[in-house]
Design a protein around this ligand. Structure first.
Ligand code: FES
Length: 227
């Protein structure tokens, strides 16, 4: 008698799906490492109430997309190394994967010295992830900024105010109310030409004398994050 048991339907595993928007030339394929860190995030905080006894807490939001990131650090005061980095985010998959990887990088092999951890660049994270789609590079910056904020919090709490790294904001175009950070965000969002940055920020539209400085900043941030 033939087996009349209904065959199980094949289901699509979300981890195998890449987002490739139609009508664009962008490659939005995610590497296996990105998917692994997204589906199995390392050092993720589920229960915030358990986060006691940490040396520093940092929090940042991304003006580019409105996502948030919180990072907790434990520091070995004798060696100045980061022993633990925990995090939580209301961010996208790329932010989750990038921050998970960052948490591994700064705590592996006994922990990274604080000064070295502060110099980890978004390119270092994306290299370990095997790359991120260009439009998602800004997501890796979120964890990086939150780590700086957590370390600054540790410096303040441990009486090392002289080590606090200040984020300076410079106004580039008063009329359009655009700062260097706005230009940085625009570049991170994929605007690498003056026209593209102006489309996002209106910088220099009514104030053309700022354009040479804007062009210089576009070159600087493009080199910094994509170079
Ligand atoms: S889109 Fe907001 S962090 Fe990725």
């Amino acid at each position: 008698m033939p087996n009349s048991k209904p065959k199980k339907k094949k289901t699509t595993v979300a981890a195998d799906v890449d987002i490739v928007p139609k009508g664009t030339s962008d490659n939005w394929a995610y590497t296996g490492t990105v998917k692994d860190h997204f589906f199995n995030p390392r050092n993720l905080v589920i229960d915030v109430s358990k986060m006691k006894g940490y040396d520093g807490l940092g929090m940042v939001g991304s003006p580019a997309c409105g996502d948030m990131m919180k990072i907790w650090v434990k520091v070995d005061k004798k060696t100045d190394k980061i022993k633990e980095m925990k995090w939580q985010t209301f961010g996208c998959g790329s932010a989750i994967a990038a921050t998970s990887m960052l948490s591994v990088m700064v705590t592996e092999k006994g922990g990274m010295k604080i000064d070295k951890a502060l110099s980890v660049k978004p390119q270092d994270i994306t290299k370990r992830l095997g790359d991120l789609p260009t439009r998602k590079i800004h997501c890796s910056v979120l964890g990086d900024k939150a780590l700086r904020s957590a370390v600054n919090n540790y410096f303040i709490k441990s009486g090392q105010k002289d080590r606090v790294v200040k984020e300076q904001v410079r106004i580039i175009d008063r009329e359009a109310k655009v700062t260097d950070h706005d230009i940085e965000e625009a570049v991170l969002e994929g605007a690498h030409t003056l026209e593209a940055v102006q489309k996002k920020t209106k910088v220099g539209v009514g104030n053309p004398e700022v354009i040479p400085e804007v062009e210089q900043l576009i070159r600087f941030y493009t080199e910094k994050y994509f170079g």
